[in-house]
Design a protein around this ligand. Structure first.
Ligand code: GAR
Length: 215
């Protein structure tokens, strides 16, 4: 069976995108990168994709004007590059429910908190303010409600004395880079699905991709 083609959506730095790209270099990887799309033409991640020889598409949300226009352009680009799955990696635009419905069960996101805690932005600051003792990241299917789709896997790190948002983000990020390619691979292998708003798994390995980081 051929590799599943993945479109990656980004808005900035692109370190999660780079981890997905790196994993795809392995012969055993079940997915290949169809394209990288950014709503910001100056996103650092677009350069990384280009250097890696991947189709890099800039779709300026400001020039496109509306959410509907951006989502339509993204959808067209995904189809033009024959994407079968979509991975959002630091993509910071809210999507329309029409677009989300088109990719139902085939579009995932990585979010820097242990959902359902801390949906939205500034997750590390908010975790520190709330005084939680563990924090982390979640990979989830994208559904119409922001950051509320079915959770597939989570990465957990401890909150340490003296942590600020930057040190905490720096502890979570390597876990993101570990967990996201593993989830995408299992999704591409057909071992993870979405049923009645919940993630379903074909085997214990696919169900057990969560990470308890030692640091
Ligand atoms: C990552 O921490 C990702 O989890 C987060 O943005 C960062 C992007 O970094 N995503 C969100 O906040 C989505 N709402 P990257 O561009 O280096 O991958």
């Amino acid at each position: 069976m051929g590799r599943k083609r993945v479109g990656i959506l980004i808005s900035g730095r692109g370190s999660n995108m780079a981890s997905l790209v790196d994993a795809a270099k392995q012969e055993t990887c079940a997915y290949e990168i169809a394209c990288v799309i950014s709503n910001r033409p100056d996103a650092q991640g677009l350069q990384i994709a280009e250097t890696a020889g991947i189709a890099a598409v800039a779709l300026d949300h400001k020039a496109l004007g509306t959410r509907e226009a951006l989502d339509a352009a993204i959808h067209d680009a995904l189809l033009a590059h024959e994407a079968e799955l979509v991975a959002c990696a630091g993509f910071m635009r809210i999507m329309t429910s029409d677009f989300i419905a088109k990719w139902d069960g085939r579009m995932i996101n990585i979010h820097p908190s242990l959902l359902p805690l801390f949906k939205g932005v500034n997750t590390h600051e908010r975790a520190l303010r709330a005084g939680v003792r563990v924090h982390g990241c979640s990979v989830h299917f994208i559904s119409a409600e922001l950051d509320a789709g079915a959770i597939i896997a989570q990465g957990v790190v401890k909150v340490m004395p003296g942590d600020d948002a930057d040190t905490l983000a720096a502890r979570v990020l390597p876990v993101e880079h570990r967990i996201y390619p593993a989830v995408l691979n299992a999704l591409a292998e057909g071992r993870i699905g979405l049923e009645n708003g919940r993630a379903v798994f074909s085997d214990n390995d696919a169900a057990g991709l969560s990470v308890l980081a030692s640091g």
